[in-house]
Design a protein around this ligand. Structure first.
Ligand SMILES: [Cu+2]
Length: 380
């Protein structure tokens, strides 16, 4: 399809879905989950909302589209009519008399004030309904899973306090589960966004500046597939040089699979070959910024840090790195080649990266690659 006809198709789709949802009436989005643009699905399609929260937003979006379409027609049809009907020729131009003035006509002025007010109410009431579905902290259902989301230039940290898990760039979620995100930032303002799960929440730096987002994770679209379903996430607030490369993936699991992921996460790395053993040694140079839990060096570090509790570590937690599909915050596939390029010169992949090039010899990069990509891989 040409881009133009695709765009037209989408507009038509949105309009018809809008009219359909209006006919269904307010409040019915629960019983009628729909994705407005399933036929044009792309990985970051906000219109293909899957969660209750995303569908609520699309519902307001649909109503707004209908209202603005009505306004558009109510203005443009009389306009086109007037342009044609009252056109004057060059000869008539000098002979025109000004039309009758309506200034001060109370009925007219009242009418064109009240109509926009009513139209705005049509948009405002459902908007409030949806916004107030976001609970206050004390209203969060007891069965909701709590996840801390911390934005860093330019990667995402995810902490599951109830499970004792800290990970990065892959947000693992069980399906059909209410989740309460506590969103903050370690440096500048970021914005947490999984388009298909509904958007967006600013990640603000500073104590007490935490924002929240609550939704119920969707059902798996392809439950027969093992290993989870991947949904694209992206920082949605310009946050510096590599803002556009600050991505992540949300991985949706069947509940039992999620439990397995959460259990095996805590397994220590399995160091098998000599190369991996060497890599474990090389990784000592990376420990100032990265952590791999359940390693001797991590234990030592814990003892040292017990005296001065740590702030954020500068780099992502790599405990389950071998299982990650992507590296460099969701921008490259986790292949040997990409790993090499990343460790060799991070800034060539992400301009301004806060990871420095350590100038490691080739053999050391290969060793640490083996350690990180294989020893820390967890099967679940
Ligand atoms: Cu950002």
């Amino acid at each position: 399809m040409k881009p133009k006809s695709k765009a037209m198709g989408r507009v038509a789709c949105l309009l018809s879905a809008s009219i359909a949802s209006l006919l269904r009436g307010a409040g019915s989005f629960d019983e009628h989950p729909y994705s407005l643009s399933a036929s044009f699905k792309t990985p970051m399609d906000t219109l293909a909302g899957l969660t209750d929260w995303a569908q609520g937003i699309n519902y307001v979006y649909a109503i707004t589209t209908v209202v603005v379409a009505i306004v558009f027609l109510a203005v443009s049809i009389p306009l086109v009519y007037a342009i044609r009907r009252f056109r004057v020729s060059d000869e008539e131009w000098g002979t025109l008399v000004p039309p009758k003035q309506v200034h001060g006509n109370a009925i007219l002025e009242f009418t064109w004030t009240i109509i926009p007010v009513i139209l705005l109410l049509f948009i405002a009431v459902p908007t409030w309904q949806i916004i107030f579905r976001q609970p206050e902290k004390h209203q969060v259902p007891a069965n909701a899973m709590r996840i801390e989301v911390i934005g860093h230039q330019w990667w995402w940290e995810f902490r599951y306090p109830e499970l004792g898990i800290t990970t990065a760039n892959e947000l693992h979620l069980p399906e059909k589960t209410p989740v309460y995100f506590e969103i903050s930032s370690a440096d500048v303002i970021h914005s947490f966004w999984v388009p298909q799960f509904g958007g967006k929440m600013d990640a603000l730096p500073g104590k007490g500046a935490e924002n929240h987002l609550f939704f119920t994770t969707p059902v798996l679209q392809h439950p027969e597939k093992k290993g989870g379903e991947y949904y694209q996430g992206q920082c949605a607030e310009l946050c510096g040089l590599s803002h556009a490369l600050m991505r992540f993936e949300a991985v949706l699991h069947e509940k039992a699979e999620f439990e397995r992921w959460a259990t095996v996460f805590h397994n220590p790395p399995v160091v098998q070959t000599d190369l991996e053993k060497k890599g474990e040694q090389v990784f000592m140079q990376c420990m100032s910024c990265h952590t791999i839990e359940k390693t001797p060096s991590a234990d030592l570090e814990k003892q040292l840090l017990a005296m001065t509790p740590p702030a954020h570590k500068a780099g992502p937690n790599l405990t389950d790195f071998g299982s990650r599909r992507m590296i460099a915050a969701g921008t490259r596939h986790n292949t040997a080649e990409n790993f090499h390029d990343w460790v060799h010169d991070p800034s060539s992949i992400k301009p301004g990266s806060k990871m420095v090039s350590l100038g490691l010899p080739q053999a050391d990069i290969e060793a640490v690659a083996a350690y990180l990509r294989y020893s820390t891989a967890k099967t679940y």
